[in-house]
Design a protein around this ligand. Structure first.
Ligand code: GDG
Length: 463
């Protein structure tokens, strides 16, 4: 069958939709996000494209429906699935473990059992809808068993898997009591993709050893099959951010925001899901010390921190929220005035237009995760700097640091280093800002989300 006629199925924990309730009636609309902007154009161009995922609310799943030319198949998760598969095994075992165990991972056998059951449910939803020889692209750590399950039930399928988060070093992966089952699950794919060379290397050095596979360069031979592995860093929809930032409305809104902030001369910005991997606390401590040491002037500097609510039923997320909010209180208590806050902190998701205005406004974007698969915020900031100004301070431990080499790179564990980087960024001459920003913009434009999706699929269908 010629490749262009293969049916494409995408499997991800979440469907790219959000529920809107009006006059007591619920309807769904597309929820803009990284994956949907990458995959939307490819999927709409292929008849029969199907996206399998959870609609986001516990309980019965809505019936399958069409949206923007894509067939959406909701998978039901009941409250105990959400607790054990999603909040438990995915976000309290795998998430911390895969992020270098910077927070201890919890291991519970009933979480694992539910992870298996829910992965099976996703796999069955695919099998029921996949035509012969279809291409299936499975996403991320919540669904690592799905490739193996599909392989067993439907050897005709072409199966790809992409891990959006890091894959840990061998010593860390080996702690997982179910490492062999996870490894076997992943090796059910024909092609497994990672964000960086480091995480690809970690995978090649851990997984074959736990399930008697052999590695030859980028290929892992498992039983009678070859599994290709590849570094394939995700991009963003460059035009959406660049065009959005070029619009007069964005400039106007940025100006209004600046006035509302008390017209500081230097605005620092952080935009993150409120997650302990993102290093928000470290950033705030560095900023506090810089103000205390008068290396930043509290009268002319403001930090805006957007912390999008995330996983609030998981304990550690509440702990990081308390830590962050205490730090914000301390900084404003010490350095805020009636006319001007030292930190503006919002634990609320901002609309896209507001985000764009903030990117335009920020002299320094501070991205300091302890570990991050890629970090799209760093790329979005670059895309939005249509004026070639602004400075990106970026953690060496974000996947984006492998590509955005002209950022001011920092080790987030080194608080003096972070302070030095923020200070250097805040005082960087405009000519140096542009000479760093230009090549980063070229790279982000060239390696867009759409390009990422089409080239991964092309490689998968060639494999
Ligand atoms: C995982 C990996 C990898 C945030 N606050 C608001 C808002 N956002 C948007 C950003 C960005 C996205 O959320 C966050 O993406 P990141 O890549 O920064 O981080 P994760 O959510 O952890 O994503 C990561 C990614 O998967 C893709 O492979 O890069 O490493 O951890 O797009 O803009 N958007 C709006 N308002 C907000 O307040 N509108």
């Amino acid at each position: 069958m010629p490749d262009r006629q293969r049916q494409l199925l995408v499997v991800a924990n979440r469907l790219p939709i959000r529920a809107v309730t009006e006059h007591g009636e619920t309807r769904y609309e597309t929820s803009p996000g990284g994956l949907v902007s990458a995959l939307g154009p490819v999927m709409s161009a292929r008849p029969g494209s199907t996206w399998v995922g959870w609609a986001g609310a516990p309980g019965d799943a809505p019936a399958p429906f069409e949206l923007d030319g894509v067939h959406l198949v909701p998978v039901a998760l009941d409250p105990s699935d959400v607790e054990d598969y999603y909040e438990g095994f995915s976000n309290s075992t795998l998430w911390p473990l895969y992020h270098d165990a910077i927070s201890p991972a919890d291991y519970h056998r009933h979480w694992w059992d539910r992870y298996v059951v829910v992965n099976q449910r996703f796999a069955h939803a695919v099998v029921d809808r996949a035509e012969i020889d279809a291409t299936v692209w499975v996403h991320d750590y919540q669904l690592q068993l799905v490739p193996g399950m599909l392989r067993e039930m439907r050897p005709d399928l072409r199966i790809g898997f992409f891990l959006h988060i890091p894959f840990p070093a061998r010593e860390i992966f080996m702690r997982l009591p179910w490492r062999r089952q996870v490894a076997k699950g992943l090796l059910g794919a024909d092609l497994v993709g990672f964000q960086t060379r480091t995480t690809l290397h970690n995978f090649r050095h851990s997984v074959p050893r736990v399930c008697d596979a052999t590695t030859h360069g980028s290929v892992i031979t498992y039983g009678s099959r070859d599994v290709a592995t590849v570094r394939h860093p995700i991009g963003i929809d460059f035009d959406r951010f660049s065009d959005g930032a070029s619009a007069p409305a964005a400039a106007e809104r940025a100006e209004t925001l600046l006035e509302n902030l008390g017209s500081p001369t230097t605005v620092l910005l952080g935009v993150d899901r409120l997650d302990y991997t993102k290093g928000i606390d470290r950033r705030l401590r560095a900023y506090h010390e810089l103000l205390q040491e008068r290396r930043l002037d509290p009268e002319t500097t403001t930090l805006v921190q957007i912390a999008e609510p995330s996983r609030s039923n998981v304990n550690r997320y509440n702990e990081i929220r308390v830590t962050v909010e205490q730090l914000v209180g301390e900084i404003n208590g010490d350095f805020g005035t009636m006319d001007k806050p030292a930190v503006v902190y919002l634990h609320q998701s901002q609309p896209f237009d507001e985000l764009i205005a903030l990117y335009r406004l920020a002299d320094v974007m501070v991205v300091t995760p302890f570990r991050d698969g890629m970090n799209l915020v760093a790329k979005e900031y670059v895309a939005a700097r249509v004026d070639n100004r602004g400075v990106l301070v970026l953690s060496e431990f974000a996947g984006a640091a492998h590509q955005l080499r002209q950022a001011v790179l920092v080790n987030p564990y080194d608080i003096d280093g972070v302070k030095g980087a923020i200070e250097a960024a805040a005082t960087m001459p405009p000519a140096e800002q542009s000479s760093r920003m230009r090549p980063m913009r070229r790279l982000v434009r060239r390696t867009s989300a759409q390009q990422w999706a089409t080239s991964f699929l092309a490689e998968l269908e060639r494999t």
